[in-house]
Design a binder for this molecule. Sequence first.
Ligand SMILES: NC(=O)c1ccc[n+]([C@@H]2O[C@H](COP(=O)([O-])OP(=O)(O)OC[C@H]3O[C@@H](n4cnc5c(N)ncnc54)[C@H](OP(=O)(O)O)[C@@H]3O)[C@@H](O)[C@H]2O)c1
Length: 321
Amino acid sequence: MKSVSYRSYGAPDVLRLELRPTPKPKAKEIQVRVHASAVTTADWRLRASDFPGGLWIIGRLMFGLFRPRKPILGMTFAGEVTEVGAGVSKFKTGQKVFGFSGGGAHAEYLTINEDRAVAEMPETLEYSDAAAVPFGGLCALVFLRDVAELKEGQRILIIGATGGVGAYATQIAKAKGAHVTAVCGGTSEDLAQTLGADTVINYHDTDPLAGKETYDVVFDCVGASTFPKAHKVLKKSGLYVPLNFGVRELRQLMTLKKGGKRMKLHVNDDKPEDMQELTALMTEGKLKPVVDRVYDLIDVFEAHSRVQTRHARGTVVLSLG
Ligand SMILES: NC(=O)c1ccc[n+]([C@@H]2O[C@H](COP(=O)([O-])OP(=O)(O)OC[C@H]3O[C@@H](n4cnc5c(N)ncnc54)[C@H](OP(=O)(O)O)[C@@H]3O)[C@@H](O)[C@H]2O)c1
């Protein structure tokens, strides 16, 4: 099968198109012919070994100290089930599925345990749309629902509101009935409005953390703020949730006073029931895939470079059709 591999950390040119053996499904696994997969900020960070906030060594210990432990990137997939292993009961051959694999999806075939974050694809979606959703969708859902515990009527500031996670966070926050102030650049203001933002701040013109407006939640999807800066625009017991954090934030957590403004740090997980919730939101018309651009497999270098700009509008997608 065709795949994109990386054998060393570095710039996009460490990526190689490689022919590899097609994986066979073990017990409880399904084999999926991948038709589309997102290129996410996680793919860029792993490829470049660009782990934020002084957590470089932890990243290297987790993903390979001297070279990548798992050579195939690709966190999300959309495709067709081509084979099922022994004991598989949730999926059958021929079914269209999408999900979060956490790696291995930049290849024509992958295998994944049926109990991981996999769901049947909504009928109305193309593969490239479906592959766009799981990374940003799962992250936004879990951070807003479980970490921020966002409630109807609350005011949320989303920094990086039109990116790989933000584009889904903006929609999910609206679906929860929150008042959303979206922060993005001038060229993405229209997108933020389409996604449902009540107010849009162009960060080139206005510092979103210097105004008089206060928020119940500040959700920073891009790493453009700090807790001390966000502190000024948080309500009395408001919550700061940064997706990117490091040693600085871990230290700040230890000095937080009880009853005051709060910060929560979290690392996302992937659960099948959350894929079901995303599917339900899409079926109800409350969540739409946001695709920046679809690249052919051969153009994976350009796709990675696009993600690394930090100006993607939604999700960058790789086509393996
Ligand atoms: N903790 C976890 O479990 C977890 C999970 C997933 C991801 N992450 C991390 O969270 C981040 C998610 O990134 P993503 O995929 O959403 O990023 P992204 O796609 O690169 O974000 C792009 C967005 O950020 C905006 N932006 C760029 N520079 C900005 C600035 N200086 N101020 C305000 N907005 C700015 C862009 O707007 P314009 O294009 O209009 O400029 C666009 O809306 C990654 O760093 C990833 O590593 C963490």
